[in-house]
Design a protein around this ligand. Sequence first.
Ligand code: DC
Length: 214
Amino acid sequence: MTLPVIAIDGTAASGKGTIAKALARHFHFDHLDTGALYRAVAALVLRDGGDPSSRHDALDACKLFRPGIVPDTELRSAAVGEAASQVAVLPEVRSALREMQVHFALVPPGGKGAVLDGRDIGTVIAPHAPVKIFVTAGVEERARRRWREVHAADPAKTYEAILGELRIRDARDSERAAAPMKAAADAALLDTTDLSIDAAVAAALKLARGKLEA
Ligand code: DC
């Protein structure tokens, strides 16, 4: 029996992670944050004093990688996010992480269904997913959200710096040759620029229900 899969792709700070978690909770599906896999590989490179754009260093890190090997606090840092975007350009890193994502989509641990969020879920990892949503928001709004998140812990970080980093990340993620970030042809687009978190989740839920209960 094929279990339902919900593929959520989109830009950094678009709200895709929050939406993915909420949908998983609603449908009692398992959730995989695939960005965390690339972040873990990147964190292992940085721990070792390596260069995230080096194929050699990134592949060494892939060999060390195990789920849970890097604590969440380390995964969430801005430096690790940036390095994740760099290791994610390398096709060898993408193929090293592919199998576990495809397996999770096919055989989710809870046995009911899976929600995966990332950049290439609807296009590469789960192209047959019955629900595909591409989440984005204007880059200025995403920078404001990120700034609000990090401001208390890092008051020196300016809105302008965050905006610049997001622009670089969007360009790198969408212009790379291997599995670039893009909406699948059959994905629904969800622009969260003017939506609260609750409204964005409600819109995604409506889209998913429409497909799963059709
Ligand atoms: O979603 P995130 O910010 O945690 O992802 C970090 C980086 O990992 C992102 O900039 C690009 C990469 N990534 C990817 O290439 N493919 C995915 N499916 C998920 C993340």
